[in-house]
Design a protein around this ligand. Sequence first.
Ligand code: SF4
Length: 232
Amino acid sequence: MKRTTGGARKAAAATTGRPRHKAAAPPVEEIFARFAAIEPEPKGELEHVNAYTLLVAVVLSAQATDVGVNKATRALFRLADTPGKMLALGEERVRDLVKTIGLFRNKAKNVILLSQKLVAEHGGEVPDDRAALEALPGVGRKTANVVLNMAFGHPTMAVDTHVFRVSHRLGLSSGKTPEAVERDLVRLVPARYGLHAHHWLILHGRYTCKARNPACERCPVQELCRFEGKTV
Ligand code: SF4
């Protein structure tokens, strides 16, 4: 059997984000208290002007960066900030406006289809309801969680790649799927941090606890982190 050195294991863990913890129970309260002290009102980085444009932005953001999505949606949302206006714009024009975003053809189609459904079944409004959101074309559980959280104030946990990795590294979850990590976060995160928890984890993962080179030297939860791949 191939032997792996401790250094190699550490490097691999730092790269992949696989959980390698020395102890079981994470200091959840202290972790989120620190995030809250640094950034009491964390905001998502997808630009939007209402619940509908938030929904469209999240649909467009799958496998794309928020920066890239924002560049395209500034022009799009100036022309169409309601389902009715989006339908008037038409699929071809929407496709042209979002063509810099990955998977734009399919996404433009879904934006039109979901707009049709919002007009036909929800009076042109974004529903404050998980099942109704997930029934919209292009909308999965993560997108529904983001909209329920940001547009309607529900303490949902949208698990993207950053939340997944950071949750593992901090020992908040060892779940193998986003749904399993979501369940752990819903169970573990104290209610007073529920509304902002996923934003803190996303921002921490995006700017500090990065996939390949986590900036552990400036990490606010460094001594609370039991991830063996940490760099300090
Ligand atoms: S110390 Fe901080 S940045 Fe480093 S792995 Fe742990 S949570 Fe991530």
